[in-house]
Design a protein around this ligand. Structure first.
Ligand SMILES: *Cc1c(COP(=O)(O)O)cnc(C)c1O
Length: 446
């Protein structure tokens, strides 16, 4: 099997996500045969560095021997058992560990990020219903927020291209201003911008708290909004306001969790405790789909009753799948074994150095980094650069690097298994792709 044959077969039957399929006439999908560490290999043997951790899910590299061994062992014992009416060791241990890491002692499982969002929204509204305040059933999210693309999750996802076609299906949530530090007024600090957004949140809550169940935020980084980073002061103030106005705070850590922003979970940088935490993506180290919603004793207690309908009757067939939970446990073991958070601080210095030539490119604005996320906005100098992201991604692949910009925002979110050689390859590829994209005549290559 070679690349060409694989592409032909794929295009005949596979409908790809987040894709206008007709674009594949000129830009076919890249068939990947295998992956190891930070490298992906196609069917013709060409290798690509996975600079975005396969859509932000991979942590310790592909095909990690420790996770592989845990999965093989688990397959020998128990592949799957329904979690309604049954329980098993991997889900028990994972729930204990997630509780210890977050201080939220009750874990409910789903299969992907969007289902975690749905679970958190439903649980919050149901909590208020169970506590005699059914009118608290509306939600608020940040401008540019992204929480997944199922119909319920789209209500709090403020990204027009994902939502517009489905507007009639969606029960739209309210949008409050984003604390994005790039929105700073002249002379204003990132903390100042964050506090200003918190003031806007306060006036919104003042008016609407009686109907509001929860505020959902992506702590520290709104990734899909173009790696929009904010000061921790926002989360601190948002927590205080949610307490004051009796509104739940949902931390969507689906992208930011598991060390991506430098701490195990991003909200920990603000020293706050959310009422709900949504986890997915890195949860299994990028091996299997799994999501979890963690919540407090107080929320859990509001569902604990003799009456069945006061319980949380949500379910997915694969809820708490033993293999996925085991992969998650092996991933958490790797954090301990490799002292990953400490090691990443050193690794980040290596990558900072490697990226310096890109950071200093005259077209680069707002170079910023948090933990293991590097990101830059590209100013196109008044010349239109249609389809910048698509063209950039193509050039990056030609240089052996998987990078997918968001609009004019380039970013790298590499696995934690990078070394000096792969860092150099990534940084050189990112810079070469920028130069190649900017030197093209935009429209002719759109
Ligand atoms: C990716 C993502 C989601 C959705 O997760 P899926 O597994 O793609 O459904 C939700 N929230 C955030 C912050 C994400 O980055």
């Amino acid at each position: 099997m070679n690349n060409q044959a694989m592409i032909q077969r794929s295009l005949r039957h596979v409908w790809h996500p987040c894709t206008q399929m007709k674009l594949h006439e000129t830009q076919p999908p890249v068939p990947i045969a295998r992956a190891e560490g930070v490298w992906l290999y196609d069917f013709d043997g060409k290798r690509y560095l996975d600079g975005i951790s396969s859509w932000w899910v991979n942590l310790f590299g592909h095909s990690h021997p420790h996770i592989k061994a845990a999965l093989c062992d688990q397959l020998e014992r128990l592949d799957h058992i329904m979690l309604a009416g049954f329980t098993h060791q991997p889900v028990v241990e994972l729930s204990e560990r997630l509780g210890a890491l977050t201080g939220l002692d009750h874990a409910f499982y789903g299969s992907d990020g969007a289902s975690a969002t749905e679970i958190a929204l439903k649980m919050s509204a149901h909590y208020w219903r169970n506590t005699g305040r059914p009118e608290k059933c509306c939600f608020a999210g940040l401008a540019g927020g992204y929480h997944g693309e199922t119909v319920g999750a789209l209500a709090v996802t403020d990204i027009a291209i994902f939502r517009e076609a489905y507007a009639p299906l969606v029960r739209l949530a309210a949008t409050v201003p984003s604390p994005d530090a790039r929105g700073a007024w002249p002379g204003e600090s990132a903390a100042g911008t964050a506090r200003r957004a918190a003031v806007a949140l306060q006036s919104w809550l003042e008016q609407h708290h009686a109907q509001t169940a929860a505020l959902i935020v992506e702590p520290m980084v709104q990734c899909a909004a173009g790696m929009a980073m904010h000061d921790a002061a926002y989360l601190h103030e948002a927590r205080a306001l949610c307490d004051r106005y009796e509104v739940h705070l949902i931390a969507d850590e689906i992208a930011t969790g598991f060390g991506r922003t430098g701490t195990m979970f991003a909200h920990q940088q603000a020293g706050v405790r959310p009422d709900f935490i949504c986890l997915s993506k890195g949860l299994t180290g990028g091996t299997l789909p799994l999501s979890a919603v963690l919540t407090t004793e107080k929320v859990y207690g509001a569902f604990y009753d003799d009456e069945v309908a006061r319980g949380f009757l949500h379910s997915h067939s694969y809820t708490g799948n033993p293999l996925a939970c085991r992969a998650a446990l092996a991933t958490l073991e790797l954090f301990d074994q490799t002292d990953a958070l400490v090691r990443n601080v050193e690794l980040a210095k290596t990558l900072d150095l490697a990226f310096a030539p890109l950071t200093q490119h005259p077209a680069i604005r707002h170079a910023r980094r948090l933990g293991m996320i590097w990101t830059w906005d590209v100013a196109t100098g008044g010349r239109p650069q249609p389809h910048f992201a698509r063209r950039y991604a193509r050039h990056a692949m030609a240089h052996g690097v998987l990078l997918r910009p968001i609009g004019n925002t380039i970013y790298a979110m590499p696995p934690y298994a990078m070394d000096a050689e792969s860092a150099d390859h990534l940084a050189r590829g990112a810079l070469a792709a920028l130069q190649a994209t900017l030197s093209e005549e935009g429209p002719a290559h759109g």
